[in-house]
Structures are given as structure tokens and as C-alpha cells.
Design a protein around this ligand. Structure first.
Ligand code: TYD
Length: 137
């Protein structure tokens, strides 16, 4: 049985800023544990919206609230955890096959997501019961 602790990781990116302001660099294979093939970002989601609600067979992700805050509930079918993304230097790394839900978006939330894979709807598991069957067998 996979341990959630081994499937997720909080990343703390260094700040290379100076008196001119902050600078955070995220390089594939260095600051995040994969080569980056895709980025997308989510903003303008109201506080009551729940996004995500899926697991991915191959995609890994790093989520960064580059502005504002949100919460991510992660679930591996056995354990769940809620992580608040609340600073631009914090990343949440998720391996594949972790169920995730993003919610509690602040009005200024810009949630940047990096992935090791191009988009492929076929590798998304969007049915929670199907997900549980998959991870509990
Ligand atoms: P969806 O997976 O529902 O977004 P979220 O998980 O953030 O709630 O995606 C919304 C729409 O955007 C859906 O039609 C699929 C499309 N989409 C892409 O085409 N490429 C992508 O990389 C992503 C994340 C979504």
C-alpha cells in the first residue's frame, strides 16, 4: 500500500531576490523532480468552487500559488491530507495516482501547475469510486 508521505512532497524554492524584489526560479529536474512538459494556471475561481477531483495515471504535478492562497486535499484511497498553498516559494509535488481537489481560492489566487506530461484526457481518472477500486485492489 503506497504511503501518502511518499507520494507528495512540500517543496521550498529559494528566493534569489534582492533589494529590487523577489525572484524564484523553478528549473525542471532541479527544483522540481521532473522535466517540465506542461504548465497551466488557474485564477478567477470563486471561494466555493472545487476544482480537480481527479487522479492521473501518468502525470505528476507541482502546484504553486504564485499569488493568493488555496487549499489542496490529497487522497490516495487510504489517507487524506489538506495542504494550504500560501506563499509563492512553496510547491506541492504530487506523484501520479493521487486524487486531488483544489478549493478555498482567495480572490487573488493564481495557482500555477507544472507537469511532466502533455495533456491527455485518457490518463485522467475522474470517477472517485473507480479511483478507489484502482488503488485498493
Ligand atoms: P479540468 O481538468 O477540469 O481542470 P481542473 O482539474 O483544474 O479543474 O480541465 C478543464 C478543461 O480544460 C477541460 O476541458 C480539459 C481542459 N484542459 C486541457 O485542455 N489541458 C490541460 O492541461 C488541462 C489541465 C485542462
Amino acid at each position: 500500500m503506497a504511503k501518502l508521505d511518499e507520494q507528495i512532497q512540500i517543496l521550498d524554492f529559494p528566493d534569489l531576490g534582492d533589494e529590487r524584489g523577489n525572484l524564484v526560479v523553478v528549473e525542471g529536474g532541479i527544483a522540481v523532480p521532473f522535466d517540465i512538459r506542461r504548465i497551466f494556471y488557474i485564477y478567477g475561481s470563486d471561494a466555493e468552487v472545487i476544482r480537480g477531483c481527479h487522479a492521473n495515471l501518468r502525470s505528476e504535478f507541482v502546484m504553486i500559488n504564485v499569488s493568493g492562497t488555496s487549499r489542496v486535499k490529497v487522497d490516495n484511497g487510504h489517507e487524506t491530507r489538506i495542504i494550504e498553498l500560501n506563499r509563492p516559494r512553496m510547491g506541492l509535488y504530487l506523484k501520479s495516482n493521487v486524487w486531488k481537489e483544489m478549493y478555498d481560492f482567495s480572490p487573488d489566487s493564481v495557482l500555477l501547475v507544472l507537469s511532466n506530461e502533455h495533456y491527455d484526457p485518457e490518463e485522467y481518472v475522474r470517477d472517485y469510486q473507480e479511483y478507489l477500486k484502482m488503488v485498493r485492489k
